[in-house]
Design a protein around this ligand. Structure first.
Ligand code: SAM
Ligand code: SF4
Ligand code: F3S
Length: 448
């Protein structure tokens, strides 16, 4: 009798947390139709790449990855290879895959993940390629999901973005803002709490726009939603990202100040410190406004950690503008920052602006910025030395498994040698005394 061997899928993801969360849904959908995950593409019957296109080099990297998959397809013509996510939404990429990568069978987007079973079946039955993405972008609720961790979960609250920052491709590939219904969000989080999840991160390109697209009579905003999530029993920590400074309301700051499960951390991308550049970026706030927000946040929420995103080398950025960025970074003293060199994305306004900054100038500014960011991060971490912090344990550190990693409420990674190591420690809160602050991590000693 022929043994029924489960088909295997290999799934790899690039990009932001929203993309990683989409991949958790893709995994759930594939497992529901009988596929099992494999960590090696060589073993797979289907390979899916969930891609990001926020920076230009990602596109070249994708083509490199696709090239590497060709020998696998040559060896096994039954193998299905699919490309999904933001890159797959770009007409230029669709074209390139159609023309130059004849062994790619399938393109899919974040909004048609639910169709994966049907698309895979059609590719198998017809032995033809499916490279068209559907135009509709409706939120699909109740999709299967396989989450990476049992104690922490991502929950999308709003899809898309309406902001059109002049450098950014995201609104073109992710579409306009669509908020999920609050009752759906709360039902999902109640379900997660019931399964033992302790921490949720609410996701959206701009969570502060949550609810603006609901009909007038049904409006609730992000602060209201946070209040509702705070009331879910069993959820010990609530995080959210990303917040746009132009939409950060006093009401939200007051809600954060109520604390409870809402963590003392805010990721508030500033991008640049020069008003001229902020205007050219279409960010719709000034450095003064940003600094006033920082002041309000620090006054209302003692110990809040502030992190940010920064871009150097935006078209027209002069040394003086860059100095404004360094100055703002010094003034705020961020706990951490993601730093990027401006990358022109075809289709965005900034890609065709005059005065593009030479690559070597961008790189020079990037390194100078990283130095300042790291110094300030280390100083902020050193200020915590001697303090007792409650951390939520993640598990053994990858580099040195004798040490375990956990996060403070302010989202700082702490490494410590646990008194009772073991897998059951993941998702447990322990108290540690911070012994050393470094640029990216803290070291601590368990005290109970
Ligand atoms: N929605 C978030 C926000 O409002 O900032 C983040 C979106 S984006 C996925 C993450 C970060 O990538 C941005 O904050 C920005 O710093 C950076 N980024 C986006 N487009 C970029 C580009 N063309 N070049 C360099 N960095 C870019
Ligand atoms: Fe991109 Fe700006 Fe939207 Fe963030 S807010 S996703 S940076 S357009
Ligand atoms: Fe990349 Fe798409 Fe996220 S472009 S950063 S994966 S929204």
């Amino acid at each position: 009798m022929a043994e029924c061997i489960a088909q295997k899928y290999y799934l790899t993801t690039f990009g932001c947390q929203m993309n990683f969360h989409d991949s958790e849904h893709a995994a759930g959908i594939l497992e529901k139709i009988g596929y099992r995950r494999t960590a090696t593409p060589e073993e797979a019957d289907i390979i899916l790449l969930n891609t990001c296109c926020v920076r230009e080099n990602a596109e070249n990297r994708l083509y490199g990855h696709l090239g590497n998959l060709k020998p696998l397809k040559d060896k096994n013509p039954e193998l299905i290879i699919g490309v999904g996510g933001c890159m797959a939404q770009l007409p230029s990429v669709q074209e390139k895959i159609r023309e130059s990568f004849p062994y790619i069978d399938l393109l899919f987007g974040a909004f048609n993940l639910h169709q994966l079973p049907e698309l895979i079946a059609r590719v198998k039955q017809t032995q033809s390629r499916i490279l068209e993405l559907p135009p509709e972008r409706e939120i699909q609720e109740d999709l299967p999901v396989v989450r990476e961790e049992s104690w922490r979960a991502w929950v999308t609250v709003i899809y898309g973005c309406n902001n059109f920052c002049s450098y950014c491709i995201v609104p073109y590939v992710r579409g306009r803002e669509q908020s999920r219904r609050p009752e759906k969000i709360i039902a999902e989080i109640e379900g997660l709490a019931g399964q033992g999840v302790k921490e949720v991160t609410l996701l959206g390109q701009n969570v502060n726009s949550y609810g603006l697209d609901f009909p007038a009579g049904e409006r609730i905003d992000f602060a209201d939603l946070l209040g509702m999530v705070s009331a879910v029993k069993g959820i010990r920590r609530i995080r959210f990202q990303t917040s746009h400074p132009k939409d950060l309301s006093d009401k939200l700051i007051r809600r954060m100040a109520e604390g409870g499960p809402i963590c003392e951390h805010l990721h508030l991308p500033v991008q640049a410190g020069s008003n001229r550049i902020l205007a050219a970026m279409n960010r719709k706030y000034t450095r003064e406004h940003y600094l006033s927000l920082v002041e309000k946040l620090r006054a209302a929420i003692p110990g809040i950690a502030l992190t940010t995103d920064l871009i150097v080398g935006f078209p027209g950025e002069e040394e003086e503008d860059f100095q404004d960025t360094l100055d703002l970074v010094e003034q705020v003293g961020f706990d951490a920052a993601f730093t990027f060199a401006f990358s022109p994305r075809v289709g965005t306004k900034a890609a065709t602006m005059e005065n593009q900054v030479p690559e070597e100038v961008k790189m020079d500014r990037l390194y100078r910025l990283i130095e300042v960011v790291n110094r300030l991060a280390k100083e902020a971490n050193q200020r915590l030395e001697g303090r007792i912090e409650t951390i939520l344990v993640e598990g053994p550190s990858e580099k040195n498994p004798e040490f375990y990693a956990g996060r403070t409420r302010s989202n700082k990674l702490v490494l410590f040698a646990p008194k009772h190591p073991g897998p059951e420690l993941a998702g447990v809160e322990v108290k540690v005394k911070i012994t050393k602050g470094l640029a990216y991590t803290l070291k601590g000693e368990e005290i109970e």
